[in-house]
Design a protein around this ligand. Structure first.
Ligand SMILES: [Mg+2]
Length: 311
């Protein structure tokens, strides 16, 4: 026994040394698709070097696409929508469009309105393509977005099909009000059909399909409300619910608490998470991105953060 103790002591020292060496070993850099020459060349045209090191979409894309936290959140919202739909069908005065639903609407056939992108269809493969190539969604990559839409390859978001099929089984008409342009109507229909939805072009209301159908969706909701009782609005963007969404952060936040709107959230208005893009991002530069480079946009975004002072 006497001779064993020094041996054990030395063995402990060696093990500790080995563990310390492992913990401080430098992890070799992982090669990223975004470091290829095409990405670098493209970025050098529009991005200052300090901002070309990484795409801001990476964390959001990974969370949105692979995070069970994101999927569970979306499923929860659609389950809530299903419960509220049942409640709405029992309540003749129920409407999710108090501004557009005028007159004697109680006996109109029921309908729900869903946005398309990041509400029914999942564009995270495209956003991930931007992320790994260190691209941004900007005028340079607008043609790539159009190619992605034309390919009609978006998968459906979790819970969306179940909700829509349940609504249709209860004779609730489903409309899709999207800010995709009218030129993408066929591609949008093809994609919705490809994921298993029974939809025609008449069910899809696109931006500028009519001259007065701009980005705000109220004018399109009004057309639907003239013939249907709108039970739910489901979307991922403030603009899927109110027309005054192109406003400052403080002004947008008022929509959560206003007497007219506060009670609608989670009951008649169902908001899905989308950390990838949206009018929340545009508010950082007054919804006027034209002429601003990425560095200016990011600087402005940072100026709106509530930042710890380090103390
Ligand atoms: Mg959307």
């Amino acid at each position: 026994m006497k001779n064993v103790r020094p041996v054990l002591r030395w063995m402990s020292i060696l093990i500790l040394f080995f563990l310390f060496a492992c913990s401080t070993r430098q992890i070799p850099p992982v090669s990223e698709p975004g470091s290829d020459s095409l990405a670098s060349d493209s970025l050098s045209l529009s991005e200052p070097a300090s901002d070309s090191l990484a795409s801001d979409y990476l964390y959001a894309a990974l969370w949105y696409q692979r995070g069970v936290e994101a999927k569970a959140n979306i499923i929860i919202q659609y389950k809530l929508a299903g419960m509220m739909l049942n409640r709405a069908l029992q309540s003749p005065d129920w409407t999710a469009a108090p501004e557009e639903q005028q007159g004697d609407y109680q006996n109109k056939p029921p309908a729900v309105i869903l946005d398309v992108d990041e509400t029914v269809l999942d564009n995270s493969p495209f956003m991930s393509w931007l992320a790994v190539n260190n691209f941004y969604y900007d005028s340079i990559h607008q043609p790539d977005w159009n190619r992605w839409i034309d390919a009609a390859k978006c998968p459906a978001l979790p819970g969306a099909l179940e909700f829509i099929h349940a609504a249709e089984a209860q004779n609730v008409k489903v409309f899709y009000v999207t800010n995709r342009p009218a030129s993408q109507q066929d591609a949008t229909r093809r994609n919705l059909q490809a994921v298993g939805l029974n939809v025609t072009n008449d069910d899809i209301y696109l931006k500028k399909e009519q001259p007065d159908w701009g980005s705000p969706k109220g004018s399109r909701r009004k057309v639907i409300a003239d013939h249907y009782r709108i039970l739910l609005l489901i979307g991922d963007n403030l603009g899927d619910f109110v027309d005054g969404y192109k406003a400052s952060y403080d002004k947008r936040e008022e929509f959560l608490n206003m007497d007219a709107y506060g009670q609608l959230w989670g009951e008649k208005w169902i908001m899905l998470p989308n950390p990838l893009y949206g009018s929340w991002e545009q508010a950082a530069f007054d919804h006027k991105p034209d002429g601003k480079n990425r560095s200016e946009i990011r600087k402005s975004m940072k100026s709106f953060l509530h930042v710890w002072d380090g103390k």
